[in-house]
Design a binder for this molecule. Structure first.
Ligand SMILES: [Zn+2]
Length: 109
């Protein structure tokens, strides 16, 4: 099993916690400064939701000839098979490349 997807879910859960912390900090600040932090936290949360939707669409599958492929990115009718993890998944992981557990083989060239 590829550990990228569970690792990415962990990173997004941590991002959600950071957003929640920002909102808690914002509550103790003057309104204008606090509002900026809340807006930033909401952007972080929206980004996590969008990435989770991306992860739901991109699914790995074993192909008898092409190995592990992404079913979303591959076009079997056109003879095009995208290996797993596909560029969209690898790009989704790239903001967390400095976090523990990131593997260089996930990095796009
Ligand atoms: Zn894909």
């Amino acid at each position: 099993m590829d550990e990228l997807i569970p690792w990415l879910h962990d990173q997004m859960s941590a991002q959600r916690l950071r957003a929640d912390s920002l909102k808690a900090i914002a509550a103790a600040l003057p309104h204008e400064t606090g509002a900026y932090l809340v807006e930033t936290a909401d952007l972080l949360l929206a980004e996590v939701d969008a990435k989770r939707r991306i992860l739901e669409r991109h699914v790995s599958e074993e192909h008898f000839l092409h190995g592990t492929i992404c079913t979303w990115c591959s076009v079997p009718q056109g003879g095009a098979y995208q290996s797993w993890p596909c560029p969209d998944i690898r790009d989704s992981a790239s903001p967390y490349a400095d976090m523990p557990g990131y593997q260089e083989r996930w990095r796009l060239p």
